[in-house]
Structure formats: C-alpha cells, structure tokens
Design a protein around this ligand. Structure first.
Ligand code: SF4
Length: 472
C-alpha cells in the first residue's frame, strides 16, 4: 500500500527557502518515493526543478542554487493518478507571467476526468496526466480576480481529497479539502511561515507548529502576513490509515500524536485477540509501536525477530530476476537464535493483497518459529480507496475475496486476529464520525460517483457476511 504524496511550502524573507524545502521533503520522504520537486518564486518569476527519484537523488548543491527567491513549495510523489514519469513530477507550473502558479498536491480528485474534459473544451491544454494539473487549470479558469477567490472557485467544483500548496509570484496558499482527508499543518520559522503535510517536517527544520489547517480552509500568506478563509465543511473524513501506517509516528494529526495511538492499537489487539506465546514482535518499522503495545498489555516479552534492510526500495536500480525472486528476503533478515522453537505474536499494520504476509510467516517458520500468531492493526480491507491511496482494486484485496479463517490458512499463520473498527477508534481516541473508514465498511464519504463500485462489492460480499474478525 502506498500513500501518494508529501507537500511542503515556505514563505520567508532572508532564508534559503529551497534548502529548507529540501530538508522538509527529506522528512516527508515516507509519503512518496518516486519523484521529488521544488519550485521557488523571487516575486517576479517562478523557478522549478523536478526529477524521478528520492529527494537526496534529485537535488544537489547546483540544482538548489538555481532555485532562488523567498517563497518555495515542494513535493514527494507516489503516483496514484497519472503514470510514474518525470513529466508528472510535481510541483506543476501552469499559466503565464503574473497569471501563473505552481502547485503540489496530496490526494485524489474523483471528478478529475469530467473537469479535464470541460477545461479542454475551453481551450486549456495539459502537459501531464495528473489530476493536479486539472486543479491548477481550474484555478486559472476562474472568472474571479483575487487568488483566494479563484481557489474558492476551484474548491466548489472539486470532489475528492486534496491537501494543496499553491505558489504564485507573490503568495503562498495552503488548501485542505472540506472532508479533511489528508493532513496539512501551518507553522512559523523565524519571520516566515511554513505549510507541511505532517508536523514531523516542521520539527526537522526548526519551525514551530502553529495549527492544523482545517478541512475546507484556505491559508493565504503574502507580504501582508497570513489570512484565513473558511469554506463550508460538513462531514469530515480524515483517513484512518494516516494513524495506522502512512504518517510518521512522531507526527501529530488532529491533536493526537501517532506513536501512542499505535501503542494503543497493539494494546487493543492484545485485549481482543489474546494468545499464549513466548515472544511478541512488531513488523518493522510501521508496526514497531503496536508490537510494544501488545507486549505491554499481554505481558509477553518483546523481541526483535526480523531485521529490516532500511534502504530497500530506496534504489532505482532494477533487481534482476534472481534478486526479485528473493521477495521479502530482500527486505527482512530473520534472527534464528532469537526465534528457535518460539511461539510468536507478530503484529503488522495491515494485510492488503496478502502477498507479503505469507512470505514473512514462511520466513519465520523456516527460522525455527513453532507458531506464528498474526495480529493486524487494520480491520480487514474489503473496499478500495478512491482518496489518494494506491491500495489495490477490489479484486486484489484478499479480505474482499476470502473470510478471515481463509486468509489465516492462505498466509500460513496459526492464528489471525484483526483489530475491530471499535478497537481502532478507541486507540486513536478521537470521535468516530471524523474518520473515513471506507476501505473497511464500503461507506464512502462521497457516495455519488462510487455507487456502481459499491453495488458490485455489496453483491460480491453478500455471501461473506457474518465472518469474524479473528481466527484462532
Ligand atoms: S478509503 Fe481507507 S485508505 Fe482511503 S481515505 Fe478512506 S480510510 Fe484512508
């Protein structure tokens, strides 16, 4: 499962804004690893540099030195809409002269195709296959004069998830969709302002957290200071997967630090799915905290059974077939001396397609583990995501195809237990009605466009009702 993007923006006089953006993107690297880019403005012209690869691969001193100005935005991308190629890398710049803007986007626009057709009919041309360029041209197409009103105009037409940073020649704007699906926060740095997908990016560049940008809010930063505009925002639909997996555990979303939320998920799993075992392990890194939580609550000792090669997947050198066939071995290395004849609880964040978990179970058993009891922080994922997460189609989701006991058998575990939705909400400790839980329930926060998919899914899963979330 992949999150789609991380975004960052800074408006600061007398700062090297491109360098600040580089280090902020570095802290947001977990949100997207396909391409990276930075755009700056010196008040007259926009400069942009993007390329495929990790932030550290894309930029060097030379490319950063070309990015002059006092405003910058940056982006890490994992493609959800639009293929993975350099022309789709962000920020994207559209328009001409003073009527131009640079934009970086985290999310997914559900009605992008319809808007693309409409804008093409009006003569707007598209250089990329991204929904981000649709947003940019929609802003430009507004008959309004001020940038805030033009952004408002676009917001009234857009459906879906969007946390945006937009830069014009002389302004920086942070925009969050009315559902608030993806996070976005505002901070200060010396005499300037910063906007970031996650608070962890602020900490790493010495910025101070000011507030989370509210769902439906536009933050405008110009030479006159900061202004806030609130658009209508009804139902909220914060992605619960930010808490389970996507965001870094040292980030704060909706006032909740993620690390204790993940600890509590592990504790909840121990309460809902206890088992006799000798050792608990969280699959590194995303389930490490949940593993600690399970150990605390169950009084089963915590141990490390798998060491992770932290740099795997951080290369663009294609592995040959022999290396590819190693699968999960490329990522994890077991510690047989720690594992021999043990009954293990293995805590992981989620099971999506069911391709990795069987390999992990097999690897542990080959290393001498007697029993593997899988405990999963996410309830079974039965429905695809339409809000910017590259999850899978519904036919690829193993929990849409198999009952929990069938999944247990498929992955080769001795038992399998998922945290319930109630247990998950309890762990996050925020009101249930602010969350999107659609990949578990099929209740999408924007139902209109998804009716066909949902109906098909309901028909498909009708025969699977009443299945348990655990399989001992
Ligand atoms: S469907 Fe799932 S992954 Fe997508 S936004 Fe909703 S909770 Fe997040």
């Amino acid at each position: 499962m992949h999150e789609c993007c991380g975004v960052f923006g800074v408006y600061a006089l007398n700062e090297d804004v491109a360098r600040l953006t580089f280090f902020a993107l570095f802290a947001l690297q977990h949100r997207g690893q396909e391409s990276a880019g930075i755009a700056t403005s010196d008040g007259k012209n926009l400069h942009v540099y993007t390329n495929m690869g990790l932030v550290s691969q894309v930029f060097d001193e030379d490319s950063l030195s070309q990015l002059t100005g006092h405003i910058a935005i940056g982006h890490n991308r994992y493609s959800t809409r639009g293929s993975s190629r350099v022309t789709n890398a962000q920020p994207i710049v559209v328009g001409k002269g003073s009527d131009s803007l640079a934009i970086a986007h985290n999310g997914n626009i559900i009605n992008a195709e319809h808007l693309h057709e409409e804008l093409s009919g009006q003569g707007y041309t598209f250089r990329t296959s991204t929904d981000t360029e649709v947003i940019a041209n929609l802003v430009l197409s507004s008959p309004d004069k001020s940038w805030v009103d033009r952004i408002r105009y676009a917001m009234h037409r857009l459906q879906g998830a969007y946390s945006l940073v937009i830069m014009t020649n002389d302004g920086l704007f942070g925009v969050r969709d009315p559902l608030g699906v993806r996070p976005l926060c505002l901070g200060t740095i010396n005499n300037g302002w910063v906007i970031a997908s996650e608070t962890c990016a602020l900490n790493h560049i010495g910025a101070n957290f000011l507030k989370e940008i509210e769902p439906g809010e536009i933050v405008s930063i110009t030479e006159n200071g900061v202004d806030y505009y609130q658009e209508k925002s009804g139902k909220r639909a914060v992605c619960i997967f930010e808490y389970i997996y996507f965001a870094r555990p040292d980030s704060v979303i909706n006032g909740r630090l993620l690390y204790p939320a993940r600890l509590a998920m592990g504790e909840g799993l121990a309460e809902e799915h206890p088992v006799d075992a000798d050792l608990v392990m969280g699959v590194p890194d995303s389930a490490t905290a949940a593993g600690i939580g399970y150990s605390h609550r169950s009084n089963i000792p915590l141990g490390e059974g798998l060491l992770k090669n932290r740099y795997v997947g951080r290369t663009f050198i294609e592995p040959d077939q022999r290396i590819r066939d190693l699968g999960v071995k490329l990522k994890f290395n077991p510690l047989p001396e720690m594992l021999d004849a043990k009954r293990m609880v293995v805590v992981d964040d989620s099971i999506v397609r069911g391709t990795t978990t069987p390999q992990v179970v097999k690897m542990l058993k080959r290393a001498g583990v007697k029993e593997v009891h899988m405990r999963i922080c996410a309830p079974p994922i039965r429905y695809p995501c339409f809000f910017g997460v590259d999850m899978a189609t519904r036919w690829e989701l193993i929990a849409a195809q198999k009952t929990v006991p069938e999944v247990r058998d498929f992955i080769g575990a001795d038992s399998l237990g998922h945290l319930s939705i109630d247990g998950l909400i309890k762990a996050v400790a925020l009101p249930r009605d602010i969350f999107c839980l659609a990949c578990f329930t099929g209740n999408y926060p924007i139902p209109v466009q998804l009716e066909m998919d949902k109906l098909a899914l309901e028909t498909m899963s009708a025969g699977q009702q009443g299945r348990s979330n655990s399989s001992e």
